[in-house]
Write a protein that binds this ligand. Sequence first.
Ligand code: CUA
Length: 180
Amino acid sequence: MAVSEQDILWSELRWAAIAGGAVSLIFVAILYAGLILHVNPPSDIETIDPKTLHLSAEFTEANLGTKVEAGGQVTTRIVATQFAFDPQCVVVPANEPVTLRLSSPDVIHGILVTGTNVNTMVVPGYVAQVHTVFTKTGDLLMPCHEYCGFGHSQMWATVRVVPPERFRPDAEGRVACENS
Ligand code: CUA
């Protein structure tokens, strides 16, 4: 069967339309996921010097743990280090927005809070931030889930979720496990 110039042209146009359609469909799906569903890659990257972590304003020993900020926002700051979390236990209120902020002075660690959607890597040089609402009360296990050395399996902390009425900040807005 003889194939004419015209047949080839139509065949090419048909494939161009199919490929163009597929690309447009994927493009629309990306826009839909980003703009409507708000599924986005991490943004707002915050860097921090791991060498001076304990000396810098935010992650100094006295500023670690849970604090109710001036605007009422509950923020919990934790340092992940070989092979412990500092502090070892943090208190958060149930059914209220909580922001977790973590950083590492040494190697890459990872955290997850059992039974919740909290799950992030903690990379030296950056602040890992997670916004969440804890709905169940109780002591939740927060293990390190990134192999970070010989003591990795010993590295875990407790997230104590208490009912809002039992979440009582002191005069400085701080709440610690020792008195909760
Ligand atoms: Cu830290 Cu594994």
